[in-house]
Design a protein around this ligand. Structure first.
Ligand SMILES: *[C@@H]1O[C@H](CO)[C@@H](O)[C@H](O)[C@H]1NC(C)=O
Ligand SMILES: *[C@@H]1O[C@H](CO)[C@@H](O)[C@H](O)[C@H]1NC(C)=O
Length: 505
């Protein structure tokens, strides 16, 4: 009887907490990308799975169940310098820049001794989670370990990525990252959007993919063919949610987990909590995120900011990475701020942000109206959407003066619609069947339980792009309807000619 119980216990134990081995690859060294990847790894490890984590920021003491492979050199590959320089750059140039950067990341990672050694080892993985953004060469790692691929990203799925993944292309209602549109576009905007989507996808497909294929050929044992690995992902985990990004149709293996990085608020450091508690007139939190450094604001913009702040009754808490003297008494700078935890404090009334997606989600989660100063990447688009949902006031970086900023803060603070709308969005974000992190875990385990998820692959993925978009059908219909018309016109013309001829004879 005892033995039976022990066996039963073991059996249940095994079936309840099957522990899997997962390789998670995160190569981008910007903080927001790292935060997302690291949070996901933490959640997976908490469930008792063993994770090998390729990361640009190895920890001194990794989470339990996590083995880290540190590629610190990736940090140096990210371009130095002020991101304000990119404000207003040509969209295609920006796209070109990002493509080259992703290629360098891919080359660095695959050629690295630690990754080469990992491939030579006898390690086996049940799944590979790949941070995916124009870095197809890295798919070869999953191929090498014969494991299903789970793609993971920090942004919603844009149409050009949909195109590359053979998902339905959505240029009609998903704005390209370089535009400042929402999903509601007029004809000319849709035309422009279609152009950007396809120019970017085709550029990647024709100029970058062959280079990635060469990387795979050079660095992966057995020289596998990259083109056979494309569009073979079992799952795509997408950082979007209807509360902060627009509702769009997804294929069945694309799962939205937007907001999963937001934790229950943690207790604040004592001094910071005291400061927030004491700020009885309210606090404005000001953070430009991690890539755009506040210290890079030019002198004239910094003057405008401080001039605005000095006239406010509220306190201003500013994430500023360097020392700054001569601050007005109501402005406090800190090199690092736990943004989400501060937003949870009831005295925080307005959040001035660069409009990055994670910050936007945190502002919405905690229902703090936004003033956005977007600079690059998806920030302008995020703000365009936030404006259309009326929970943010935008100030153009180029128009940033004491006057425009004061007016924006006044609006966000005193026009009740901003608070009302962001509270509504916050409720939407929190109302879900499963917590987004639990949902991610469910799907990761699902893919492993089924050894990949080919049963979720929609048939459209096996068509080429003109078939998928019915261009062949449209072409056929055009030909079939036009041919008789053309033929009829020709016949009539000839008859008229003949008649004229017979008249003149
Ligand atoms: C495609 O994915 C399946 C399922 O995960 C895997 O078995 C197969 O090896 C993959 N194909 C390639 C070419 O990597
Ligand atoms: C800022 O001030 C602190 C304390 O006075 C000092 O230790 C630090 O080196 C300064 N940093 C810079 C970038 O000037």
């Amino acid at each position: 009887m005892l033995w039976f119980n022990v066996l039963l216990f073991l059996g249940i134990g095994i079936s309840v907490c099957a522990s899997y081995k997962i390789l998670s690859i995160s190569h981008i060294s910007t903080k927001s990308h790292y935060i997302l990847s690291s949070r996901l790894v933490e959640e997976i490890a908490k469930k008792g799975h063993e994770v090998t984590f390729i990361t640009p920021y190895p920890k001194k003491t990794p989470f339990k169940n996590v083995k880290e492979i540190g590629l610190e050199g990736l940090q140096d590959l990210f371009p130095e310098g002020s991101m304000f320089a990119h404000e207003g750059a040509n969209p295609l140039q920006k796209s070109f820049f990002v493509n080259q950067m992703q290629y360098r990341f891919s080359e660095y990672l695959l050629s690295h001794e630690k990754i080469q050694n990992l491939m030579k080892s006898q390690e086996r993985f049940d799944a590979v989670i790949l941070y995916y953004y124009l870095n197809d060469a890295m798919l070869a790692l999953a191929h090498h370990f014969k494991a299903p691929v789970i793609l993971f990203g920090s942004m919603p799925l844009y149409a050009s990525e949909n195109f590359l993944l053979s998902f339905p292309t959505q240029s009609a209602y998903v704005p390209n990252i370089v535009t400042e549109h929402t999903g509601h576009m007029d004809f000319w905007q849709r035309l422009k959007n279609t152009f950007y989507d396809h120019a970017m996808a085709l550029y990647y497909q024709h100029f970058m993919l062959p280079k990635h294929a060469k990387l795979v050929d050079t660095y992966i044992p057995g020289k596998p063919d990259l083109y056979k690995m494309l569009n073979n992902e079992s799952l795509a985990l997408i950082n979007s949610h209807v509360s902060t990004t627009e509702p769009i149709p997804h294929v069945p293996n694309a799962i939205e987990i937007g907001g999963f990085h937001i934790d229950e608020p943690k207790p604040l450091p004592k001094e910071l909590k005291q400061y927030l508690d004491d700020s009885v007139n309210g606090v404005i939190l000001f953070s430009m995120g991690s890539i755009v450094r506040s210290a890079h604001f030019p002198e004239e913009k910094r003057k405008a900011l401080l001039g605005t702040f000095s006239k406010l009754k509220l306190n201003v808490l500013w994430k500023f990475e360097e020392n700054l003297t001569g601050l007005p008494p109501n402005v406090k700078i800190m090199k690092w701020i736990p943004v989400s935890d501060v937003l949870a404090h009831s005295n925080v009334k307005v959040f001035i942000t660069h409009g990055g997606l994670l910050s936007t989600m945190e502002g919405v989660y905690h229902a703090v109206p936004l003033v956005g100063i977007p600079v690059f990447g998806d920030q302008k688009m995020n703000m365009a959407l936030a404006r259309s949902y009326e929970y943010a006031v935008e100030v153009r970086y180029t128009d940033l003066t004491e006057e425009t900023l004061s007016r924006a803060i006044d609006q966000a603070l005193n026009n009740p619609k901003y608070k009302r709308n962001i509270e509504k969005r916050s409720k939407i974000m929190r109302d879900r069947t499963l917590k987004p992190a639990d949902n991610a875990l469910y799907w990761i385990e699902y893919v492993i339980r089924h050894q990949g998820a080919p049963h979720l692959r929609y048939p459209g993925a096996d068509l080429n792009w003109f078939q998928r978009n019915l261009l062949d059908v449209v072409g056929f219909v055009l030909v079939v309807t036009l041919l008789p018309l053309v033929a009829a016109t020709l016949v009539i013309k000839r008859m008229v000619k003949k008649k004229n001829k017979s008249k003149t004879e």
